[in-house]
Design a protein around this ligand. Structure first.
Ligand SMILES: *Cc1c(COP(=O)(O)O)cnc(C)c1O
Length: 354
């Protein structure tokens, strides 16, 4: 039986995507060859790469607006450094909303001066700071749209006069946004777009080429753009499966279509957390993530009973991150509404038992 997969990452992908990807492993488009045993320079794979890159811009409404989409390697973690190598000349401002922001700050600091414009560390990152200033003379501003570990999400992005860089690893393609407000977006594929192994970068070309350092080739966005995201051998399976997921998303009505589903799932989940007296939510209500709902039992004595019930219901992957504890229900695009309903039923059943 297929489990209800609430894993935070790598995470659930649509069944039809898994099926098509597994077929391509055996025989790619009736070529008599596997997707993972053909040249990445073959017309077949170049078409996959170009289609995937075009779909990204189409779904985000960024076609013809000076942006380029790249499928790189090294995870979002490599982007922490790559962003700084390409954009940091003197000083940049970072919003510190949790563990991933901190890691981004740590890497950028190796190159130059980083200033934290605001932080929610004083409350173990259970809210999103607001009302801070972004100095105009900084090279760029960096933020993390969705805090995967603590379950908070930026709802209103600041007005930003300097280039805005956003780590969207855990909520990319999940909600409508004016993507033109960002100059660089990056996201590890394995949360909401595909398998681990590729990282999406969407960059406005005119912000590049302004730093004085000699950027190592593989870290240089301009070189990746010039080479059509094929500077070296790309992770062909991860790119292909991401492309299938983007095609699936388009069939679902694009970002606008999936947002409606994501809002339904979040509403059901949080209303159970709020109404069930056995549970409490972790994140401040106005900043709650629609992707990762974090919550805990008020009485730890019920832990074993609850976890046995979760297991019996076929629910997988709801353990919280070790730095927060409790539970985390990751409700990415591919998670069906029915899975959330099953989880909520288990929670209310626990209430009737307690
Ligand atoms: C998971 C995650 C990362 C790290 O991604 P890797 O691809 O493992 O490097 C970075 N930022 C956010 C917001 C994440 O959720």
């Amino acid at each position: 039986m297929k489990k209800h997969n609430f894993s935070a990452g790598p995470s659930i992908l649509p069944q039809e995507v898994l099926l098509k990807a597994s077929e391509a492993i055996m025989d790619f488009d009736n070529s008599g060859l596997s997707l993972i045993e053909i040249s990445h320079r073959s017309k077949q794979f170049v078409d996959v790469m170009e289609n995937a890159r075009a779909l990204v811009l189409e779904l985000m409404g960024l076609e013809g607006k000076g942006y380029k989409a790249l499928f790189l390697q090294g995870g979002a973690s490599t982007q922490f450094l790559m962003v700084a190598l390409n954009l940091l000349e003197k000083r940049a401002g970072y919003l510190n909303t949790g563990a991933w922001s901190q890691k981004a700050i740590k890497e950028a600091k190796k190159l130059d001066d980083i200033y934290e414009v605001a932080s929610s560390e004083n409350a173990n990152f259970n809210y999103i700071p607001k009302g801070y200033d972004i100095p105009l003379d900084y090279d760029y501003f960096h933020c993390t749209s969705n805090n995967t570990i603590f379950g908070t999400q930026i709802k209103d992005f600041p007005k930003c006069e300097i280039p805005m860089v956003c780590d969207m690893s855990s909520d990319i393609f999940s909600r409508k946004l004016d993507f033109t407000q960002f100059d660089l977006i990056y996201a590890g594929a394995q949360k909401n777009m595909g398998p681990a192994g590729t990282t999406l970068v969407v960059v406005k070309e005119d912000i590049l080429g302004k730093v004085s350092r000699d950027i190592p080739s593989i870290m240089d966005y301009k070189i990746h753009i010039k080479q059509g995201s094929m500077f070296n051998t790309p992770p062909v399976f991860a790119v292909y499966t991401s492309m299938l997921t983007l095609e699936w998303l388009k069939r679902m009505g694009g970002i606008a279509g999936i947002e409606v589903e994501n809002e339904k799932k979040a509403r059901i989940m949080y209303s159970e957390i709020d109404l069930n007296p056995l549970f409490k939510g972790f994140a401040a209500k106005e900043d709650r993530s629609h992707m990762n709902a974090t919550f805990n039992l008020i009485n730890d004595n019920l832990k074993d009973t609850f976890e046995t019930m979760l297991k019996e219901a076929g629910i997988s992957g709801v353990n919280g991150h070790r730095s927060v504890g409790g539970y985390r229900a990751s409700m990415y695009n591919a998670l069906p509404l029915d899975s959330v309903k099953v989880l909520v039923e288990v929670m209310s059943e626990l209430e009737s038992k307690a």
